[in-house]
Design a protein around this ligand. Sequence first.
Ligand code: C2E
Ligand code: MG
Ligand code: MG
Length: 759
Amino acid sequence: LIVVACAGLGIAGVVVSEYWISAMLVDGGALLATVGAFVGARRRHGRVRRAWLLLAAGLLLWLVGDLIWDAYAIRDSEAPTLSPADIAYFIAYPLMVFAIWRMLRIRSPRGNREVVLDGLALAAAGALASWEFLVQPNSYAGMPWSERVVAAAYPLGDVLLLTALSWLAFSPGVRTRAAGYLYAFFGVTLALDIGYALFPRFATTAGWIDYVNSFYPLAYAFLAAAALQGDAGDLTAPAPNVSGRLHPARVMFLAIALLTAPALDLVEVASSPDRMASVAIGLLITIAVLGRFFLVVRDREAARQQLEFQASHDTLTGLLNRHLVADRIDHALARGSRAAGGDPGAGVAVLYVDLDRFKAVNDSHGHDAGDQLLVEAATRLVAAVRAGDTVARLGGDEFAVLCEDLPERQTVFDIADRIVDALSRPFTMEGGGVAVVSASVGIAVPDGPEASGEDLLRDADAAMYRAKEAGRDRWEVFDAAMRDWVAARRDTETALAGAIDRGELRLLYQPIVDISDGSIAGFEALLRWERPGHGVVAPNDFIPLAEETGLIIPIGEWVLTEACLQAARWNREFMDRPLHVSINVSGRQLNQANLRDTVERAVHGAGIDPECVTLELTESMLLDDADWALAQLESVKRLGVRIAIDDFGTGYSALSYLRLFPIDVVKIDRSFIADLGAMAADTTVVAAVIALSHALGHQVVAEGVETADHLAALVTLGCDQAQGYFFAKPITTAEATARLRNAQRRSVADLLAKLREPA
Ligand code: C2E
Ligand code: MG
Ligand code: MG
């Protein structure tokens, strides 16, 4: 608006013939621009405001000069050669250049030697050219000293403007609209000054000079527009000091500067052919050396770009890496807030994508296959998002997606749906195998003006954990409550890491009873964490975390060792019949190539008969990667231990797997037992599982037997063993030992009673 107004006033000034009205119009434009520049400057703060005020002060000086000039003209009095108007004009030039230099200093506090030097080189070339074309041609013969100064001072001022212009251009940083207007200001002023100098500057009356004059308000208005821009603050925002880069384009500019002198020389000696040859050859040498220099810089620049790409991108997938993505988000937030008129990061969302069960693929298929899967996952991710969105790999199996310009909230949910779908499709590996993973996705949107890229990533990460916790293969949106949850989770992780060493882990034992005679056949070892300040923590509350963090490996080893030792102790004390111990093994342990060694160490270390040790695994662990699981189980089984399928019926229940895997025991999940008798369908299922298992030679254990009715039904169905609250909850070692002693006493009593019976 201000640009149009000032241009209009200036042009109106030319159209009007009455000098004083015309002068008023033009000066009015200049005044408007000056006021605008001051208003804009006052919106900034501190050093930045002072720099903008300096620029505005320059305009004010020019306006003062214009007014003085007009005063002479209107009063028709001859201005002195070095008038107060000239002095006002002259002071403004260095003032403005100083202001720009200050701005650059604020932007890169550590200095910008390269920018300053490059700017000086270009400005010096400009000075040379203006000396040749603007100053020299004027005839100074007989001119008084003061006139000569004035004649030389304006071109010098323009050299200063050129310096400021090239500093602006050479200094890197955000491409702001404010910077654009500043270019326009310096550029137009420079052009007008040159236009002014090209014509006899003492002809103050109408004609050419008036046209030139009438455009100055337009030039001033560009400065006002720059100062008034909303993004003027970004111009002085701290920028990384990359200005030292000798970009090929920069070399071109410097080459122009370097060639100015010899080129001008060439023009000068055009009339004397003998000197011409040497100057031309000199020019040729300079061009050749410059060309060589240019090639070196170009190669170096290419190498640098390559390095930069490598530093900012993930080598495996070619996606952006973690370093850059937070930066990108920051930019998106700033951009979004400008576009939406201050609404911070409107339309911006960050998705944190983590592959579920990727480690299993890596452990079992090998790292090459894992890499291959990651590359394919990256491709699918890119395909699942919109063209303008950014996909980055944060490391391992974690990715981030930055969505911008989202028209509405729903769009990001649709994108999350697509990502979850895309990654749950099976991956075909090079060797022909198939791997199945899924994705847990966390979504975060900026919740305040001070949200940063790192904040959003952290929130999205928290939401992703929530998605994992909620069962994986889904997405969750971050909310503030999650932040506490994440902090608590991190505490738990730290505490759990030291739990073994501090002796906070305990095993409870739940009896497994023989249905034929009600005797204790063995125990299932069930883990408890006595966490100081938190009481006794149940396994479901910390084993998932232990699995994710890998802590399950040392914990699992501790459980194996401890349970085997205890079972061996019982077997030494109660020698009449061998007691079994059932030990739960997690998927993470099954993926461990040294599982067999770990089990062997525990069993041999305790000196227990391997026959008495049962490892419990769940169906889903076997199905994750059947080939690997089969190989692992066969190798473990060679030690002589037994294998049980835990929670049977809750997984995929692929019955063929009962035949495929070397299984000894099937444990029917307690959800089927709970409705035994009440629900005909469940009874039928249990009956079928028992029949099928028996047909395959497996033993059947019913879990969660809570009532006499349950037991009665199981007796009828021919189940082998039972476990549940009806017999006992998980109990301590001492309680378990006491029960065994009681049972022994009772059986001895029974025996004695039988012996005393009259024949
Ligand atoms: P699980 O292996 O299926 O163990 C049986 C769970 O059912 C135990 O819960 C037990 O207390 C509970 N339970 C037993 N009888 C009844 C009953 O009659 N009614 C009801 N409602 N529940 C009954 P717990 O001890 O909380 O363990 C939960 C799960 O944690 C276990 O399920 C097992 O998968 C896992 N777990 C326990 N200890 C370990 C361990 O040392 N290592 C690993 N990897 N996992 C473990
Ligand atoms: Mg179990
Ligand atoms: Mg179970």
